[in-house]
Write a protein that binds this ligand. Structure first.
Ligand code: SF4
Length: 378
């Protein structure tokens, strides 16, 4: 196994666009860390019987993991139960308003070596419009605390396509963060998820969003600014300084094994064949199943070889370097050219994909319409 994901599903206040599994004012906040610790034990028993494994990354995500205490205790347990590589990347997500100098110091001391801070925008008016409860000044304080605590591998999340955001406002944010002493930037386009407050306001005509062309231009312009500041795009929405690509997320894009624990966490494990599973999204059920010593899985499916191959193409093509032909062939005993013959040849002929240096990857035109390119391989 490569990656371990730990989901912490609590937030001080739900953002207006958020449909992630996270809860405000949950009565389970104090006992949750112990429940996740118990789930780690359940898997350790299972793996102990079946196979040895090694972890190269741990990602504590949410929700807002920095909202609760006991992260150091949980990490300590994971280290004791699993074979975590000494150079493993260990990341935690945090929001600017929920960190203190002391908390960040304790994260660094307990072995966390990568911090992901959710800024989203450096414009306080836009932050307020999407229901974020922090401002730019709080972000700056959090970043300074992080640097003082010893973190050198820091990611900042930003968003574009926000209500009321124009190109200048977005590029102000991009220029601002590209000059900070950080190593990684994730830039996501706002997705209006059904039944979120932002979606309801949009449907009721209470807000307008930048149109698709402007949003696409925002991305193009951001790439230029980030490139000139030394950040390279290595995945659709991710940019890093050389050598600081996110190890944990690369596990997903290379379609490798990972275990997810906590409410709503997903896992992809090799048990004979390729097996995907998902934990319950109901926190009451999660807590009571764990109490009974039962793994809280609500869905488990064996993935057929064809599906696994398609997943490898779909995820791998999100990377600028694309799909490694040798790795694919080793994994499936068939090359991508044999598996996707005519479909692949057509996409190459249309100059949407290309083959070079042992990789199949999207051209810049292909990258712009990646979802439709991937659908052609179905
Ligand atoms: S902080 Fe993240 S997880 Fe929490 S409500 Fe906002 S977007 Fe959702």
């Amino acid at each position: 196994m490569r990656g371990l994901y730990i989901h912490i599903p609590f937030c001080r206040k739900k953002c207006a666009y958020c449909d992630f599994v996270s809860f405000e004012n949950s009565p389970h906040m104090d006992s949750y860390i112990d429940a996740v610790g118990k789930e780690l034990e359940l898997y350790a028993e299972l793996f102990g019987r079946e196979a040895p494994f090694e972890i190269s990354s741990i990602y504590i995500g949410g929700g807002t993991p920095s909202l609760i205490d006991g992260i150091d205790r949980l990490l300590d347990k994971a280290m004791k139960l699993y074979n975590v590589r000494s150079n493993a990347e260990i990341s935690i997500e945090c929001n600017p308003e929920s960190v203190t100098r002391k908390k960040l110091k304790s994260y660094h001391l307990c072995g966390i070596n990568r911090l992901s801070i959710g800024l989203q925008s450096a414009d306080d008016r836009l932050l307020c419009g999407i229901g974020r409860i922090h401002n730019r000044a709080q972000f700056e304080t959090a970043l300074n605390f992080a640097l003082a605590a010893g973190f050198s591998n820091i990611n900042v999340d930003i968003m574009y396509g926000l209500p009321g955001q124009d190109m200048d406002a977005f590029l102000d944010t991009v220029r601002y963060i590209s000059a900070l002493p950080i190593k990684h930037i994730s830039a996501y386009s706002l997705i209006l998820e059904e039944n979120t407050p932002l979606w309801r306001d949009y449907k009721a005509g209470k807000l307008t969003l930048p149109d698709e062309d402007i949003t696409a231009n925002m991305q193009d312009e951001a790439i230029k600014v980030l490139n000139s500041a030394g950040f390279s795009r290595y995945e659709v929405s991710n940019f890093s300084k050389p050598g600081f690509e996110c190890v944990h997320n690369l596990t997903y894009w290379h379609n490798l094994e990972y275990l997810g624990v906590g409410v709503a966490a997903h896992s992809a494990l090799k048990k004979g064949g390729w097996l995907r599973s998902c934990n319950t999204t109901n926190i009451d059920d999660y807590m009571s199943l764990i109490k009974k010593g039962i793994r809280p899985i609500i869905e488990e499916s064996a993935i057929e070889k064809n599906e696994e191959m398609f997943e490898c193409m779909m995820l791998g093509l999100r990377l600028v370097c694309g799909v490694d032909i040798k790795e694919f062939t080793k994994r499936f005993a068939i090359s991508p050219m044999e598996a996707y013959g005519f479909k692949l040849a057509t996409l190459i002929e249309k100059k949407l994909l290309t083959i070079d240096h042992g990789h199949i990857y999207a051209t810049s035109r292909g990258f712009d319409i990646l979802n439709s390119v991937i659908c052609e391989l179905l």
